[in-house]
Design a protein around this ligand. Structure first.
Ligand code: SF4
Length: 241
């Protein structure tokens, strides 16, 4: 099975948070005492944070109508199967803000109990996760040239339920767990600011949000397209055997 996958570790990702951007996003008044407090907090976090990521180059080993097997691990999703039609190599990935920042934030918020501090800490963890995701996406895109890539994550659509996180984590062996991400019984990832998914080469732009009708989602990356499932993913769509 090892010949069907190779691991790549990114454990020296620089954390250079955008202070003005964060201040604007958190609606902190410029030149205020709050701004100075937040700036000090960010400086401390910069010393501590170790965002990390790990990804695999892995090969499709089998496929059916509504499932696809990657390096021997079966994923049940019609949308993933159609998106991977004609693709032979994919890039499963895990990215995280890092356990160092998680522990630092847990200690701070447990001792202070201040909801504003908790909000700021979560924003800093998100910024570190953003750095990890950007780093892993850049690395994968370099390997996947020429052409573009897209990503899907278990749980982002009803078609690919969150329980499939177990399969994704099983695909990453114990060695790859050195990225420091754990999956709990309830399918939550720890550190809490972590993401998982499979990135793949694609000829057409794809975001799960195109198939997700959820309204007022702050994370939406593309408009909902109510006709897309029918036109691209329904059972009558022709697939490669
Ligand atoms: S719209 Fe929101 S909930 Fe739906 S897939 Fe996109 S990010 Fe996820």
């Amino acid at each position: 099975m090892n010949q069907q996958r190779q691991a790549h570790f990114l454990d020296a990702i620089p954390f250079e948070p955008d202070l003005p951007g964060l201040i604007k996003r958190l609606r902190i008044r410029p030149e205020s005492a709050e701004e100075r407090e937040f700036s000090q907090l960010l400086d401390t976090s910069r010393e501590i944070a170790r965002p990390r990521a790990v990804f695999l180059t892995a090969y499709i080993t089998s496929q059916g109508e509504n499932w696809v097997e990657v390096a021997g691990y079966r994923f049940d999703s019609r949308v993933l199967r159609v998106n991977l039609d004609g693709v032979y190599r994919v890039f499963p990935y895990l990215a995280t803000c890092g356990m160092e920042l998680q522990s630092w934030g847990d200690r701070l918020t447990a001792t202070s109990g201040d909801p504003l501090l908790q909000y700021w800490v979560e924003a800093i963890k998100e910024a570190a996760l953003f750095h990890a995701v950007r780093a892993v996406t850049d690395q994968i895109n370099q390997l996947a040239v020429p052409g573009k890539t897209a990503s899907m994550s278990p749980g982002s659509l009803a078609d690919w339920p969150i329980e499939q996180q177990r399969v994704l984590f099983a695909l990453f062996g114990p060695e790859e767990q050195r990225a420091g991400i754990c999956l709990t019984e309830s399918m939550l990832m720890v550190p809490t600011k972590s993401v998982s998914g499979i990135r793949f080469p694609t000829a057409v732009d794809f975001e799960s949000c195109q198939l997700c009708p959820r309204e007022d989602c702050p994370g939406r990356r593309a408009p909902y397209d109510s006709a897309l499932y029918e036109s691209r993913y329904c059972a009558t769509t022709g697939l490669t055997e």
